[in-house]
Design a protein. Sequence first.
Length: 116
Amino acid sequence: MAFSLPFPAAILGTNVQGDLGPLTMYTGTPGRVIYFLRAPPKEPPSPRQLHVLAKWVAAANLWWSLEDQQRETWLLIARRAGLRITGYNLFVWWAVVQDNGPIQTLELQTGLSVLP
């Protein structure tokens, strides 16, 4: 059963989407937050889903294997470039996609070097 009562996040003026604790929420029209109890998946993850999850986990583990200075440089390149994502998000994207072109462009724009 879905509810469309005022939710505290709506009072704060946020656009809610996703899971928070035991609730699943989204913003409906006209801007009301709809929320309901989160339901567990009906089926276990597929092999493809497990493969994709493993890639994201490997990228996150690779982030934590970097030296502190390397992580700080990734964070700084995202800030200097004015990106709307963090250096962590940029690194994880790069680790999963393996596309050096956009990172090389950011290196030229910011004067920082992050690629090996």
